[in-house]
Design a protein around this ligand. Structure first.
Ligand code: HAM
Length: 424
C-alpha cells in the first residue's frame, strides 16, 4: 500500500463538526463588526517579503524566525502572511483608501507562522483583524476595545477574559526611554538570560515581557516608561481609561505589555484568559500611527487588533458555550426509480418554498428502515416519506422525528405541514 500523506504539522483540517462551530462564531464576528459600521476587506495571503520586514520589524520573532518565505518562479521573495495589518495598510495605500479619509475595516482569514505547535498555537491559524485609519483620539481606541468586548458578551465569555492595557508613548518618548532602559540592562547584563542579553541591543522593550524569573526580578528596579511620557501621551492614556470605565469595561494596567510586533505606539492592549493554559492571549492590538508613513504613505493615524479564532473557538468549546448544530432539518426519503425522480423535484420545490430550511435528499436506495435510520443519523427533525401509496395518491407522509408521529398530506400542503413541525 502506498504511504499516506499527512497534513503539515501545525496546520489543521476543520471537519464538519468543527466548521459548524466555526460558522456560528464567524457569524457573531461578522454581525458585531457590521453593527459598528465596519467594512470588510480581503487581501492576498502572499505578499512581498519586504512588506513584512518593514512593517513588523527585522528584529522581531515573527520576521527573524517564523515566516514562511520562498522564492517564486520569477525569483521574487514572497512570504505567507504572518499577520494582516501589514497587508491591510499596503492595500489601503495601493487603492488610496486612507489619504484624507477615515476607514474602519475588518478582515478574516488564515495567517502563517512557523512556531512550535502546541495547544492554542499553530502554524496556520485564523484571525479576525480590525483596522481603523485616520482617527487619532482615545475614543476610537475605546471603540475597538468595546467592539471586542461586545464579541465576548455575545458569546457569553466576558467573565473569562481580562483586558490588559499599556501605553508605549510616542516615538521620541520611547527612544528616550529605550536609552535609559538599555543603560539599566547593561548594568545587570551578566544576570540576564541569553534571550534578554540579545534583545538588550536589538529590541530592548521586548526584555520587559521576558518570562525568565531572574529577569523579571531585575526589571523591578528598571526605569518606567511612564516617567518619560509627555502631557499628550499621558492624556491619551488617561482619557482612554475614562472611556473604558464609563463603558463598564474593566482593565488592568500592565506596564510590561509591549507586544511582539514593532509598529505600535501609545495604546497597546491584550485580552487574556487563564482557561487555555500557556497560549492565553485571545486578542491583541493597539495604535500604530507610524506604519502608514513607514510603508510609503502620508502620515496617517491608525489603530487595530487581531483576534485569534482558534483560541476563541478553543475557549468556547472548553467552556461549552457552543456545540455543533445539525446540518439537516428535513430528510426526504423515497424508494424505487419512480420515487427517485420525484424526490429531486420535491426537494427543489421545498427548498423554494422553505428558504433557510436545510433539506437533504436521500440518494442511493435502500429499504425504509435504512432510510429512517439515515434521517435519524443526520438529526433531521422531519422525514418526508414517498412510499408507493403516496406516489399513487400524490401525497406525502411527514414524520415528526422527535414525536415519532406521522401524517399524510397532499403535495400542495407539504411545505406548510413541514414548517408546522419545524416550528414546534
Ligand atoms: P498578534 O498579537 O501577533 O497581533 O496576533 C493576534 C492574535 O492572533 C493573538 O492574540 C492570538 O490570539 C492569535 N495568534 C497569533 N499567533 C498565533 C498562532 N501561532 N496560533 C494561533 N493563534 C495565534 C497581530 O497579528 C496584529 N496584526 C494585531 C493588530 C492588528 N494590531 C493592530 N492591528
Amino acid at each position: 500500500m502506498a504511504q499516506s500523506i499527512q497534513a503539515i504539522r501545525g496546520m489543521n483540517d476543520l471537519l464538519p463538526e468543527d466548521t459548524s462551530v466555526w460558522q456560528q462564531v464567524e457569524k457573531v464576528l461578522r454581525d458585531t463588526t457590521a453593527s459598528f459600521g465596519y467594512s470588510e476587506v480581503r487581501m492576498p495571503i502572499v505578499e512581498q517579503t519586504n512588506l513584512f520586514c518593514r512593517a513588523i520589524g527585522e528584529v522581531t520573532d515573527v520576521v527573524e524566525k517564523e515566516m514562511y518565505t520562498f522564492e517564486d518562479r520569477s525569483g521574487d521573495s514572497l512570504s505567507l502572511r504572518p499577520e494582516g495589518t501589514a497587508g491591510c495598510v499596503r492595500a489601503a495605500l495601493e487603492h488610496s483608501l486612507i489619504y484624507n479619509q477615515e476607514q474602519r475595516l475588518w478582515y478574516m482569514g488564515p495567517m502563517f507562522r512557523h512556531e512550535r505547535p502546541q495547544k492554542g498555537r499553530y502554524r496556520q491559524f485564523h484571525q479576525l483583524g480590525v483596522e481603523v485609519f485616520g482617527l487619532n483620539g482615545p475614543d476610537i481606541d475605546a471603540e475597538i476595545i468595546a467592539l471586542s468586548n461586545e464579541i465576548w458578551q455575545k458569546l457569553g465569555i466576558s467573565e473569562h477574559l481580562c483586558l490588559e492595557l499599556n501605553t508605549l508613548g510616542n516615538a521620541e518618548e520611547r527612544a528616550a526611554y529605550k536609552e535609559n532602559l538599555v543603560k539599566y540592562l547593561e548594568a545587570h547584563f551578566e544576570d540576564l538570560d541569553e534571550d534578554s542579553k540579545r534583545r538588550t541591543h536589538t529590541n530592548p522593550l521586548r526584555v520587559l515581557d521576558s518570562k525568565d524569573e531572574k529577569v523579571q526580578e531585575i526589571l523591578k528596579g528598571a526605569p518606567s516608561l511612564y516617567d518619560f511620557l509627555g502631557e499628550e501621551s499621558r492624556n491619551h492614556f488617561e482619557t482612554l481609561q475614562k472611556h473604558l470605565t464609563s463603558l463598564g469595561i474593566s482593565f488592568k494596567i500592565n506596564p510590561r505589555l509591549v507586544r511582539g510586533l514593532d509598529y505600535y505606539n501609545l495604546t497597546v492592549f491584550e485580552w487574556t484568559t487563564t482557561a487555555l493554559g500557556a497560549q492565553g492571549t485571545v486578542c491583541g492590538g493597539g495604535r500604530y500611527d507610524g506604519l502608514v508613513e513607514q510603508l510609503g504613505g502620508k502620515a496617517t493615524k491608525a489603530v487595530g487588533f487581531g483576534l485569534g479564532l482558534e483560541r476563541l473557538v478553543l475557549l468556547l468549546t472548553t467552556l461549552e458555550k457552543v456545540a455543533p448544530k445539525p446540518q439537516v432539518d428535513v430528510y426526504v426519503c423515497g424508494m424505487g426509480e419512480e420515487a427517485e425522480a420525484e424526490q429531486l423535484l420535491l426537494c427543489r420545490d421545498l427548498r423554494a418554498a422553505l428558504p433557510g430550511v436545510k433539506i437533504m435528499n436521500h440518494c442511493g436506495g435502500g429499504n425504509f428502515k435504512k432510510l429512517l435510520k439515515r434521517a435519524d443519523k443526520v438529526q433531521a427533525k422531519v422525514a418526508v416519506i414517498f412510499g408507493d401509496d403516496e406516489l399513487k395518491n400524490n401525497t406525502l407522509s411527514i414524520k415528526d422525528m422527535a414525536a415519532q408521529d406521522q401524517q399524510t398530506v397532499s403535495r400542495t400542503d407539504a411545505a406548510a405541514a413541514i414548517q408546522a413541525v419545524l416550528n414546534k
